[in-house]
Design a protein around this ligand. Structure first.
Ligand code: FES
Length: 66
């Protein structure tokens, strides 16, 4: 699913970045994906996806979609 249409960033991109993030947060994920701010409509969806993935990590779930 596309999270950021301006930069064509998908949930799969976010999940892949989080597997390598040393300090998983919105700023680091955006830097890792070379995100260029444009309309920022995606900000809440991106933050929600990061929270969702981190909760999966905490629960020990297998990472989906990478
Ligand atoms: S949708 Fe992400 S910057 Fe526009």
């Amino acid at each position: 699913m596309v999270i950021c249409s301006c930069n064509v960033i998908t949930t799969e991109n976010v999940r892949a970045a989080l597997t390598y993030a040393t300090d998983p947060n919105v700023r680091q994920v955006l830097n890792m994906l070379n995100w260029e701010p444009n309309c920022a409509i995606c900000a809440n969806n991106l933050a929600a996806e990061i929270r969702k993935v981190m909760k999966e990590f905490e629960n020990g779930d297998e990472l989906q979609g990478c």
